[in-house]
Design a protein around this ligand. Structure first.
Ligand code: AMP
Length: 303
């Protein structure tokens, strides 16, 4: 792995790779890497000749400045993890992988854009969109800059951020770049909790009950066989919101789940559905955001 911090140096490395007809894969991340990120990098290495992993905490996608300040920054450990992945993968050679770790000034030489640059219509008008104004535009700005710098053939995104995948699909349609979007499955801890950089902020008691989110969603998928959409939605929210009442011994010091939303949507359009038959070719997906111990966790379930 080679670490690059300058945009011009990345462009140079990309130009050299292109001159050799190498196929380039891009994995955008905000660092604080875990096995979920590594699964994207591993897949990108399998499917491309040359891989750019970006590690950049993008300030313009944070609508909450406190969240930005608290976001973990663990660059040395991240680079070690990438190196350990390289050792793990037989045949991966170090000159095929670039870790791009720019500063904010390097990414935004003309200053951080403060206005909304992109609009994506219905896919961003639900769930995360209205709750995080400017978030998806900020994501699109940084991803487009990364597309321009890395010129990938394929770009890898995790399905944990399900709405983000739909937004990137819409971005690609808008800017007409011939890049293949590769959505990747969620990697979970052994107890089912979706891996997330934010999990490290959970107290031990909160971490112990956090797998309830996934367990509840899995039960919801079973209920979908015989219950209506609205009933499943209500049951998920009620189950999590009342968890501390049902399990007081597991919830010391006022610990509780506070669901922000749980929506059952068409997996392609992300529009809420009212009955199971309304889902289109990709089926239905349930998307949840829930607060636990001051940390906002998201997860999905496919129906
Ligand atoms: P982040 O650094 O959180 O912005 O994530 C970078 C990329 O990794 C995004 O495409 C995420 O969806 C993906 N990702 C994060 N967590 C996971 C996970 N547990 N499983 C698979 N992909 C993930």
């Amino acid at each position: 792995m080679k670490q690059i911090t300058k945009a011009a140096e990345l462009q140079q490395a990309v130009a050299e790779a292109k001159a050799q007809n190498l196929e380039i894969g891009l994995v955008p991340t905000m660092g604080a890497l875990h096995e979920g990120h590594l699964s994207l990098i591993e897949r990108a290495l399998k499917e491309n000749d040359f891989v750019v992993v970006s590690l950049f905490v993008n300030p313009i996608q944070f609508n909450n400045k406190e969240d930005l300040a608290k976001y973990p920054r663990t660059i040395e450990a991240d680079l070690d993890l990438i190196k350990s992945l390289e050792l793990r993968i037989k045949g991966a050679c170090t000159d095929r992988l670039v870790a791009f770790t720019p500063t904010v000034e390097e990414m935004y030489p003309d200053g951080e854009p403060t206005e909304i640059v992109y609009h994506f219509g219905p896919v961003e008008e639900v769930m995360e969109g209205p709750r995080r104004p400017g978030h998806f535009s900020g994501v699109a700005v940084v991803v487009r800059r990364l597309f321009d710098l890395a010129q990938p053939k394929r770009a890898y995104f995790g399905e944990k951020d399900y709405q983000q995948v739909a937004v990137i699909r819409a971005l690609l349609e808008q800017i007409k770049y011939p890049i293949e979007l590769v959505p990747c499955p969620i990697v979970r801890a052994d107890d089912g909790l979706a891996l997330s950089s934010r999990n490290m902020r959970l107290s031990p008691a909160a971490r112990a009950i956090a797998p309830t989110i996934n367990a509840t969603l899995e039960q919801a998928a079973e209920m979908a066989e015989y219950e209506d959409v609205d009933d499943v939605k209500e049951w998920v929210v009620d189950t999590l919101a009342s968890f501390h009442e049902v399990n007081p011994s597991l919830c010391p010091d006022g610990l509780k789940f506070e669901p922000e939303y749980f929506e059952i949507v068409d997996a392609r359009t992300l529009q809420p559905i009212e009955n199971w038959d309304a889902a289109g070719d990709l089926g239905a997906v349930g998307c949840i955001a829930v607060w636990l111990d001051g940390v906002r966790l998201i997860d999905i379930v496919k129906f």
